[in-house]
Design a protein around this ligand. Sequence first.
Ligand SMILES: O=c1nc2n(C[C@H](O)[C@H](O)[C@H](O)CO)c3cc(O)ccc3cc-2c(=O)[nH]1
Ligand SMILES: C[C@H]1O[C@@H](n2cnc3c(N)ncnc32)[C@H](O)[C@@H]1O
Ligand code: SF4
Length: 333
Amino acid sequence: MKLITYSKNIFLPVTNLCRNRCQYCSFRRNLDEAHLISRSAAQQLLEEGRDHGCSEALFTLGERPEEVEGFHLMLAGEGREDLLGYLVELCELAIEHDLLPHTNAGLLSEEDLATLQPYNASMGLMLESCAKLDAHEQSPGKNPELRLKHIARAGRLHIPFTTGILVGIGESWQDRIQSIQAISRLHDEHGHIQEVIVQPFDPKPGTAMSTHPRPEREDLVRTVRLARELLPREVAVQVPPNLADPLPLIEAGADDLGGISPITRDEINPNSSWPREEELKRSLFAYELKERLPVYPRFIRRGWHGSKTRRLTAALASEDGLRRKSISSREWW
Ligand SMILES: O=c1nc2n(C[C@H](O)[C@H](O)[C@H](O)CO)c3cc(O)ccc3cc-2c(=O)[nH]1
Ligand SMILES: C[C@H]1O[C@@H](n2cnc3c(N)ncnc32)[C@H](O)[C@@H]1O
Ligand code: SF4
């Protein structure tokens, strides 16, 4: 039976302040409406996550919020001077609560990426697309060259990495192919890509792209097929089951469903609720559905997960025999 994996996570929106203005995004807010997660709110979510058996704390935030005037006042409200220090503190808090951090903070400097590495089991940054698109006209951080550089830097630092493409934001088929090939080349060089997300664009009311059509199912199927063909076998192709029916995409070669949360919503796609584990088990009965950690086994074996997560990762990986399980359909270990 083919193996399909997912991670049980909680979604922590650290701040929705962002220097970019992606035309599809409803997560970002202007200063007057923006928030910074408080220690106590984070703590409460982490406690709930632990109680629900989650293994991943997904920290997501706008890119370089420090560049927005006024953010330092929000930080000061939490008694901090810099965002990085606060992110490290939140990751430490997650680890104390038995949850493995996975941070996607947008573009980071080499120094900041290196600072976060020890505290994260894995990290992520979507390439989105290797093409320069209108949707990113006001988003300096979505410059594909900068994103590819960031992903390469993560590779040099041995950070197990999640990236992916956003499908249906104005890119061509050629762009999709080239984006996947670019990710594949980075993996050939550094070996750090654990999964590539094929993320369908989902129109959001109130955004510039609210009337832009969502991609056709057949286009998603073709994109997943392309990704599966162009990427080496050990790199998982991830599809979010709250944005499109996963079954045809799994049939086309997808092998991971990403983070699924029993308690928090997908703050990027707040109106698309995740299916429950039982629902997925029912609809994907022809597959072996299996929970995984936010860091894939081969990276644990190589010791690439952040040093501060070592004990927790070992404990979680051995918990239900994950460590020894032999798996037929995929090079899981
Ligand atoms: O719940 C979500 N998880 C998202 N994830 C998280 C992902 O599902 C899991 O955190 C990873 O599979 C690690 O276990 C992302 C992670 C990244 O590094 C980059 C982009 C995303 C996008 C989403 C998303 O839109 N919704
Ligand atoms: C975290 C990731 O969420 C994705 N993202 C942001 N906005 C949308 C949307 N409207 N539809 C689908 N995905 C989106 C981007 O790819 C970002 O990198
Ligand atoms: S997708 Fe990320 S970078 Fe783009 S506006 Fe939203 S929060 Fe900012």
